[in-house]
Design a binder for this molecule. Structure first.
Ligand code: DC
Length: 237
């Protein structure tokens, strides 16, 4: 079978990453979570005073990016079976998944200079093919020639419930678990959908040749089987 590029795009919290990661593992491909890259840049801006309440300090962030001060990389974590995200050599996998980052990542992902940098890095990662990449613009902007494109979606309520369950599962204390609000998470999901689909640069859009997967009523196993089948077809053709 030939090595291909698999682009998985779709709305936030629809289980894209889990599907993409499981597929990559079962077929021996490299998995890249591009959302983690946008989250890491957001964390950098927050930590360095470049993202105050008034808004992003675009010029300063741009200067830091151009000076090579924002390096995002991945290292495979054998125990977790997926790559961990590093920001300037520091493991930030937990920090980038927190609500403060989720709430603030969309404006960072809308900045053209951030997209240009990350798109170039993503294209370099896929040069040898044999890659499963998930995000919002992989099939439209990063790899428009990808041999297999999948657009994943589910209703906002289903996605918010999944995110709520996931965050509750990760909570370290009962207090932390109780502080989570389903309504707040739903609002975050809806806001991100809006911002991701309405930004000027590389908005979330289904590629015309993408296969659509609405997984609102599918189990994880059903999705994995569906995706594996699509991979087998694409790699054999
Ligand atoms: O998939 P995620 O929720 O971790 O993505 C975080 C944010 O990054 C989300 O607001 C959309 C944005 N993003 C993007 O604009 N382009 C990508 N290729 C991946 C993510």
């Amino acid at each position: 079978m030939k090595k291909i590029v698999i682009a998985i795009d779709g709305h936030s919290s629809c289980g894209k990453s889990t599907m993409a990661k499981d597929l990559a593992r079962s077929i021996g491909y490299v998995y890249v979570d591009t959302g983690a890259m946008y989250r890491a840049v957001t964390l950098y801006a927050m930590r360095n005073g470049l993202y105050p309440a008034e808004g992003i300090k675009e010029e300063a962030l741009k200067a830091d990016i151009e000076a090579g001060k924002v390096q995002v990389s991945f290292k495979f974590n054998a125990e977790a079976g997926r790559p961990d995200t590093y920001l300037n050599g520091e493991l930030v996998e937990t920090e980038i998944r927190q609500m403060e980052v989720s709430n603030r990542v969309s404006p960072i992902a809308a900045l053209p200079f951030v997209r240009t940098l990350l798109t170039q890095q993503q294209q370099a990662m896929g040069r040898e093919k044999g890659i499963v990449m998930d995000g919002r613009d992989i099939g439209t902007a990063v790899f428009p020639q990808a041999e297999l494109k999948v657009f994943v979606t589910a209703s906002a309520e289903v996605r918010a419930q999944r995110r709520y369950d996931e965050l509750r599962g990760k909570a370290q204390t009962q207090e932390e678990a109780d502080a989570l609000s389903f309504d707040e998470i739903l609002k975050n999901v809806q806001e991100r959908d809006y911002l991701d689909s309405h930004r000027e640069t590389a908005p979330l859009r289904q590629a015309p040749d993408a296969l659509v997967l609405d997984n609102s009523h599918m189990t994880k196993e059903e999705q994995n089987a569906w995706l594996l089948q699509r991979y087998n077809e694409a790699a054999a053709s």
